[in-house]
Ligand binder design. Structure first.
Ligand code: GTP
Length: 635
């Protein structure tokens, strides 16, 4: 991947950025304000951040390119923010006595998607305040609420703001009411801005200084800084973003990562403004980066506490958690000879993605590949996208599964992330992960949304009206039911008006079974699925019917069966046929006959053998990539 820092690789010390000169001293904490912008996807966070960069003079008009903070190509194309960035902004505020006080604002850009909740929570923990940004044409959405709750849990001061007031469809009065209803206060106090035209942005920055508390910490205590992001850069190694809580971090000292006790030489400490600028160090409340020369983000983990190796802190800041994959899926190269390429590509991606896990997997249907663990579906899609785009691989991924905990009658416990690892024998119980979902929808669609949630084994937790026309529904639902096409179904049932957010909420016991698909009595691993017993039959039916369409006739009859254990629950048959390639070849020309037979052999190379049955790889791909989701999902 490219470097997140536009100037990486060039000599940072000679940066022409005027901000560089300002970083030769520590900033007194009372002049610092650390804040982030929290918003639903597309409500305009990046555009507003761009405007702030421009208004504070950190980026001049010419250098400004849209969404300066979203630096990865995929982020740009998908218009979403995957990795946090932070930037230091100078902001002068005129005091009541007429004097001018220079402040330092640290804007921490948080990722906006549910898969990255942990990263969001660490970014929030680095701030004292949050700008709650709401699209004035759309109002509060599910992610606005989820992020707001996270901000309140972290005791942040929240500044509510309506964005996009330049839009003709904006309804600031209506949505200011909605916001005041949720967070309290007066609708008139909700600021109105436009990230596009810049209207109201100056007032917003003044409000950040006036309302968000300055950081507090012990300047003389042992150093403690929290890592809220770390990214791999090909020139500099890992760049770690930190917020100093106590003491100070200075260049050339040795630092220690408190979760692993590993120590590293500090090569550089600095701030981003918006290019990296080395400083004399970072003091209480300051936000910046450090570089140690480590080459893998796993050695510099989000949420960890950094301290000095000498005279270090004894207590970490807490809140650290190892990233835990929630969703697993197999990744296979379409061309088997690409397998080593896939391995190298995953090794490279891993340098920049502490949450990605993978191990080799082999499948009768798809050959050699990797079983990968992801934080969620978006993480899966992004990873696959990057492998295809940056490494030129053509890949097929198997249906995603969650992590099941299977307890046997002999009390042995298995953690199953792949249907093919489902244990044989007498099962006592199975637990699956569940999530708490928040869905916001116009009241017209309450019926269809409830119906959908119930068909996905959802249990309603509550319902609140945000206004007369919009409602918040809360459900507890198995994660496995969400990771297929839940979001698409929700959108189509609500004409795109509903929004969804979810957060993990432990596990529950469920009546789950493994459905195998057999070709001529041989199980085909790629099609096995773990589904609720009630949906086993419909999954079996749809999969056998689909395969009957996709697999060409053979020279003998081929039964396609779906089975739970040894019990067959569905069956289709492909009738026998003999394709006689010599049929049109009259006469005794042996060379011509041989040619035809050779050609037939060539064609067969692309076939996979399952037992005695030849299946073209395209059939597997078609069956997996279309709506092959398990559980009789009502479409
Ligand atoms: N008219 C108008 N459009 C805006 C304004 N702010 C943002 N937009 C548009 O809204 C869309 C989304 O803006 P972004 O800044 O990418 O939104 P975001 O919240 O950063 O999106 P994510 O990073 O995906 O969460 C873009 O097409 C912007 O051009 C505004 O004030 N007025």
């Amino acid at each position: 991947m490219g470097c997140p820092c536009p100037s990486a690789g060039k000599d940072l010390v000679t940066s022409s950025n005027p901000a560089a000169r300002a970083h030769r001293t520590f900033t007194p904490p009372e002049l610092i304000r650390n804040f982030c912008i929290i918003a639903h996807i597309d409500h305009g966070k990046s555009t507003l951040a761009d405007r702030m960069l421009q208004l504070t003079g950190v980026v001049d008009g010419r250098a400004m390119r849209a969404q300066y903070l979203d630096r990865m190509d995929i982020e740009r194309e998908r218009g979403i923010t995957i990795k946090s960035q932070n930037v230091r902004l100078p902001w002068a505020v005129t005091q009541p006595d007429g004097s001018v006080k220079e402040h330092v604002l640290h804007l921490i850009d948080t990722p906006g998607h549910v898969d990255f909740t942990y990263e969001v929570s660490r970014s929030l923990a680095a701030c004292e305040g949050a700008v709650l940004l709401v699209d004035a044409a759309q109002g509060i959405e599910a992610q606005t609420l989820a992020n707001l709750y996270l901000a309140l849990e972290n005791n942040l001061t929240v500044i509510p703001v309506l964005n996009k007031i330049d839009l003709p469809s904006a309804q600031p009065e209506r949505y200011a009411e909605e916001i005041a209803h949720i967070i309290g206060g007066n609708p008139e106090d909700v600021l109105r801005v436009s990230g596009k035209t810049g209207a109201g942005v100056k007032e917003l920055l003044d409000k950040v200084v006036a309302e968000i508390p300055a950081p507090v910490g012990d300047p003389d205590g042992p150093a403690r800084a929290m890592i809220f992001d770390s990214v791999y850069d090909i020139y500099r190694g890992v760049i770690t973003y930190i917020r100093v809580i106590d003491g100070k971090i200075t260049p050339r000292e040795r630092i220690q990562m408190m979760s692993t006790r590993a120590t590293h030489e500090l090569l550089e400490v600095g701030v981003i403004s918006p290019d990296p600028v080395p400083t004399v160090g970072l003091g209480v409340g300051e936000v910046g980066y450090l570089i140690t020369g480590v080459k893998d983000v796993r050695q510099s983990k989000v949420g960890d506490t950094v301290t000095s190796a000498l005279r270090g802190a004894t207590e970490s800041l807490g809140g650290y958690r190892d990233p835990r994959p929630m969703v697993y899926s197999g990744l296979f190269p379409l061309d088997g000879s690409d397998y080593p390429l896939l391995r190298d590509a995953l090794d490279k991606l891993r340098l920049n993605d502490a949450a990605l896990t993978y191990e080799p997997e082999s499948s009768t249907a798809l050959g050699f590949g990797y079983r990968c663990g992801y934080l969620g579906l978006l993480h899966l899609e992004i990873t696959r996208d990057r492998l295809e785009r940056e490494f030129g691989l053509d890949l097929i991924s198997t249906a995603p599964t969650v992590v099941y905990t299977v307890t046997m009658e002999d009390r042995s416990v298995h953690s199953v992330t792949n249907p093919s690892d489902w244990p044989e024998g007498k099962i006592s119980d199975v637990h699956e992960p569940v999530v708490k979902c928040t869905i916001i929808t116009p009241t017209d669609y309450i019926g269809p949304v409830m119906e959908l949630c119930q068909s996905r084994r959802g249990v309603m937790g509550g319902m609140d009206y945000l206004s007369e026309t919009r409602v918040e529904l809360r459900y507890t639902m198995p994660l496995a039911e969400i990771i297929f096409d839940f979001f698409d179904s929700l959108k189509s049932r609500t004409r795109g008006y509903a929004s969804l957010d979810y957060d993990e909420s432990g596990t529950q016991a469920s009546d789950l079974v493994k459905v195998d698909i057999l070709l001529q009595g041989e199980p085909v691993d790629a099609f096995s699925a773990i589904v609720h017993r009630d949906f086993a039959y419909s999954y079996g039916l749809s999969m056998t019917a689909k395969l009957r369409e996709l697999i060409p006739r053979q020279q003998f009859e081929v039964p396609i069966q779906a089975a739970v254990g040894s019990r067959v629950i569905a069956r289709e048959t492909i009738r026998a046929m003999r394709k006689d390639v010599l049929a049109k070849c009259y006469g005794g020309d042996i060379t011509r006959k041989r040619k035809l037979l050779e050609k037939q052999k060539e064609g067969k190379k692309r076939m996979k053998m399952v037992g005695r049955v030849e299946v073209p790889q395209e059939a597997f791909i078609a069956a997996l990539s279309t709506d092959a989701a398990p559980a009789g999902k009502a479409k």
